[in-house]
Design a protein around this ligand. Sequence first.
Ligand code: ADP
Ligand code: ASP
Ligand code: MG
Length: 410
Amino acid sequence: MLNIVVQKYGGSSVADVQKLKTVAQRIIRTKNAGHRVVAVVSAQGDTTDELLAKAKEISQSPPKRELDMLLSTGEQISIALLAMAIAEEGEPVISLTGAQGGICTDSLYTKAKILRVDPVRVRKELDEGKIVIVAGFQGINDMGDITTLGRGGSDTTAVALAAALEADVCEIYTDVDGVYTADPRLVPDARKLDEISHGEMLELASLGAVILQPRAVELAAAWGVNIHVRSSFSDATGTLVKGDDQMEKQRVVSGVTRDMNVVKVMLVDVPDRPGVAHEIFSTLAAEGINVDMIVQTTKQGPVTDLLFTISQDDYDLTKKLIDGVRQKLGISNVLYSDRLAKVSIVGAGMMSNPGVAATMFGVLAENGINIEVISTSEIKVSCLIEKDKVETAVQAIHDRFKLGEEVSIA
Ligand code: ADP
Ligand code: ASP
Ligand code: MG
């Protein structure tokens, strides 16, 4: 039996007819090299943003089920067009929606989680010698409704399929030729990494490197899927995202990221008694809101201040939910701010190199940048700073840790 390769093509890789044809050629080449190919495709170019804008013309908060119905059409266009381009070359091919591809999710519309993948149909079509094109970003819940997996969700579709099909590799084709030490659009001397561990990649992705959806990396780590991030415009080898190994531990800092999509929420004078934090954060969690940095400050008297960050996309819902618990818990005041952004460094070698965080704080200080909140884990340090200082911060940190230079292995 020929081995299976799962390839995912992002929006920019299928943006127009010429690009679709190029992708079709690459898929056919992969098949001719002796593989069975499953290609997961995103919506063309800015289609998803355009669909979102259309919805906003009608409603500021459209029903999420209907939003998913709308957004999923973007991927349906690209799978059909790509299948046509492949058929035009005389190759047997079939396009499948997420549902047909067996992507079964929960019912959290707009950010549904994959519960399981039943790739029966995919296997059947592969067995018949066809190239199979699957719509990324979408699935089906147990009511038979279309769901979507959150922005960047096609990456997760691809990894889930690669795991379920026990594919040799999951190739993510995009508009850069790999994972860099910083966003190459922001830092011109950013360097491509040959490989990176799942753990570090998960941090980079979660902290703002949009190159991969964090959930895709999480899934890849859990299922032992190796991801090859590479360019759809060249044959150059990209970056291998894989299980941990010793070499990587030597790299103190692997990358620097920024996340502009941050809202700071400050709950002022929260009653200081057991169960309050649980009430607040379980209310948010039940709606799938990811809370990031959390800081509780001690005050005089029976109250505390509670600060946390959420993503901009969750702002409206968070506000509604917090308004709900505020009365009940007796919180005096709630302040929201979107003037901050998060700059982070990630590296497995930090664990054994004290002083990395101090160096980062030093770079920010030298550039006159104030840090509002800090959070750390074994392999990352994040700071909330003024939005308009982020570009300076990323470049300065990249310079100080010499990330643009080849690593010397200690
Ligand atoms: P696609 O449409 O293929 O899914 P995305 O726009 O989602 O592509 O992701 C690719 C983009 O990720 C690149 O164009 C790049 O600007 C950005 N990016 C951010 N951080 C990084 C990084 N550390 N390495 C590479 N690319 C990055
Ligand atoms: N089309 C979706 C988005 O723009 C999914 C994806 O591209 O991965 O977020
Ligand atoms: Mg993407």
